[in-house]
Design a protein around this ligand. Structure first.
Ligand code: NAD
Length: 264
């Protein structure tokens, strides 16, 4: 279903060249929302993603390769958004990385990178997007946190700290915009089978001498009672709902879509 109120708006989706970000970008594009893509990857493949979104949904797209760990590159991307689209109405802070190790073995540079990309980048896009949103008195900021923004797992100290931080940033942003038409919410996915998770499947397969399918099943079932992965399409549909008028009084929530993970 297309929501007419969203057609012609512009969304920045960070880390939208792969996985969840790409799923959310496609779902927003389907609503007639122009998309500013961001993330790493093969330039020809990114151009093909843009071309198919433009053709399928009659929207405008652009791409900026800002490294989300670098504040000056984020600022350059927000400037680019202003000159290309006039500004961004919707920001989806999705870019993220993972690293798994016990705290005493956790490489300091990995900790710094995870905090910068998974948490601090959301502060920068938010602070730079808010003036335009306030001028329009409309905006949507959607932070892709994780169930790890609500509960912890061993060996994921930096990720869990960053995602809990992102949920905190979400609440503060929601309070500071509470009297405006801008909302800020977080989405907290459980396991989604993307390249980020495939690396953990591969590690599990190697450690326990399992096939790829056995390792996937073992990983999901351990935490997620449904035994099923969440999909990028399902997360895209939730992001579209957060952008709708029906969701205009949903403010500062951390909404899990996790096959029952945190209900336990
Ligand atoms: P992914 O690896 O498929 O995609 C990550 C995206 O971020 C890619 O587009 C990549 O190019 C981009 N990216 C990485 N580092 C970047 C940087 N420095 N600058 C710019 N872009 C960068 O991973 P995914 O699983 O789709 O994860 C997307 C988000 O969802 C992350 O924030 C992740 O923490 C979160 N998440 C994922 C899961 C899961 O099970 N896959 C669960 C909960 C939350």
């Amino acid at each position: 279903m297309q929501l007419s109120s969203l057609k012609g708006k512009t969304a920045l989706v960070t880390g939208s060249t792969s996985g969840i970000g790409l799923g959310i970008a496609k779902a927003l594009a389907e609503q007639g929302i122009n998309i500013l893509f961001n993330g790493f990857g093969d330039l020809e493949e990114i151009k093909a993603i843009q071309a198919s979104a433009e053709q399928d949904f009659q929207i405008k797209t652009a791409y900026h390769n800002a490294d989300m760990s670098k504040p000056d590159e984020i600022a350059a991307m927000m400037q680019f958004a202003e000159t290309t689209f006039g500004g961004v109405d919707i920001v989806v802070n999705n870019a993220g990385i993972q690293y798994v190790a016990n705290i005493e073995d956790f490489p300091v540079e990995k900790w710094d990178a995870i905090i910068a990309i998974n948490l601090t980048s959301g502060f920068h896009t938010t602070r730079l997007a808010l003036p335009y949103m306030k001028k329009k008195n409309w905006g949507r900021i959607i932070n892709i946190a994780s169930v790890h923004g609500l509960v912890a797992s061993a060996q994921k100290s930096a990720y869990v700290a960053a995602k809990h931080g992102l949920v905190g940033l979400t609440k503060t942003t929601a309070l500071e915009t509470a009297h405006t038409g801008i909302t800020c919410n977080a989405i907290c996915p459980g396991w989604v089978l993307t390249p980020l998770v495939q690396k953990q499947v591969d590690a599990r397969a190697e450690k326990d001498h399992l096939s790829n399918d056995e390792a996937k099943k073992a990983l999901v079932s351990e935490k997620q009672p449904s035994g099923e992965f969440v999909t990028p399409e399902q997360l895209g549909a939730l992001a579209v709902f957060f952008c709708s008028e029906a969701a205009s009084q949903i403010r500062g929530v951390a909404w899990n879509m996790d096959g029952g993970w945190v209900a336990q």
